[in-house]
Design a protein around this ligand. Structure first.
Ligand code: ZN
Length: 298
């Protein structure tokens, strides 16, 4: 999707121009499986189309039907037994199209399911109801993976709705831009305040950057455009997200997830907790038919 202006999608697969040398690259479900088998990842993803936002409902429907045919081809093409192939549910921001995608995708019985086609430009008010709708219809005992998400608040809201896995460039990209994630929101290391602060980025954090460097020193590295700055900020941001999900997991196990999530959000959004976040917490407290153990423990 990110190479949208350089590619062509057909039933066979996707043809695009390499952004490095302009050469033609053809990616098909079969080739995608071969590449992922060669890489040897434990979890591999079906070859799908993630339609842009906004997209015509008719296009989203035809696209998701092709994604199902591509999933069939992925299943047929794979040769290794030791990798978990996840199917991807599409359908944009329409409940009807999500339902259609689920109906066609669930029978494959893959060891996990991804929720794709979100976090592509729609608002959080549009995205999270679709996450709720889709997650509660996925099998309880299999991992649910929300693709391309995201920010700390999106992880907490996603967990509330029964999501188990996430991926995003955000923690490293925002680190490269000079931002550090904390329980008090994003700390801008390009601003003047951190230059005078002799405490770590986050006193609670056990990452290398927080145990070895002050905010003032890291702000100096940012200003001097030293490569160590984006490295340390990326390291810290990744550890921040790990600690966030560790805390969420502990709260779920102790049956106090909703209180924990609300208290965390009040610190993270000092002005006001956004309504979409509160709505996700509300939804998570409804009994979910087939909801995940995480959602049910709320
Ligand atoms: Zn840290």
């Amino acid at each position: 999707m990110s190479l949208g202006h350089m590619r062509k999608i057909t039933e066979e697969g996707v043809t695009f121009k390499s952004h490095l040398d302009g050469s033609k690259v053809v990616l098909t479900p079969e080739r995608s499986m071969a590449v992922q088998e060669a890489l040897g990842a434990d979890v591999i993803m079906a070859f799908d189309e993630c339609p842009p936002f906004p997209a015509e409902p008719d296009y989203v429907r035809r696209s998701l039907e092709r994604t199902v045919r591509w999933l069939e081809r992925c299943e047929a093409a794979r040769t290794r037994e030791d990798q978990a192939l996840f199917a991807i549910v599409q359908g944009g921001i329409s409940c009807d199209l999500r339902e259609l995608s689920l109906e066609k995708t669930l029978p494959f019985g893959t060891p996990g399911f991804a929720i794709g086609g979100l976090a592509v430009g729609e608002s959080k008010e549009e995205m999270f109801p679709i996450v709720a709708f889709t997650a509660e219809r996925l099998p309880e005992q299999k991992p649910r993976y929300l693709m391309g998400v995201g920010h700390p608040e999106d992880l907490v809201a996603g967990i509330a709705l029964g999501v188990d896995m996430f991926d995003c460039v955000y923690p490293t990209r925002t680190g490269r831009f000079g931002y550090a994630l904390t329980d008090r929101g994003r700390l801008n290391m390009n601003s003047s305040a951190p230059r005078q602060q002799l405490e770590p980025l986050d006193p609670e954090c056990d990452c290398y950057a927080c145990r070895h460097y002050t905010r003032a020193y890291l702000a100096h590295l940012v200003r001097a455009e030293e490569m160590l700055a984006p490295r340390m900020l990326s390291l810290h941001n990744l550890r921040y997200l790990h600690r966030l999900v560790e805390r969420a997991r502990a709260a779920i196990e102790e049956g106090r997830f909703a209180e924990w999530a609300r208290a965390w959000a009040e610190g993270y959004f000092p002005k006001a907790v956004p309504s979409w976040f509160l709505a996700a917490l509300e939804t998570s407290q409804q009994p979910l038919p087939g909801g995940s153990p995480a959602a049910r423990s709320l």
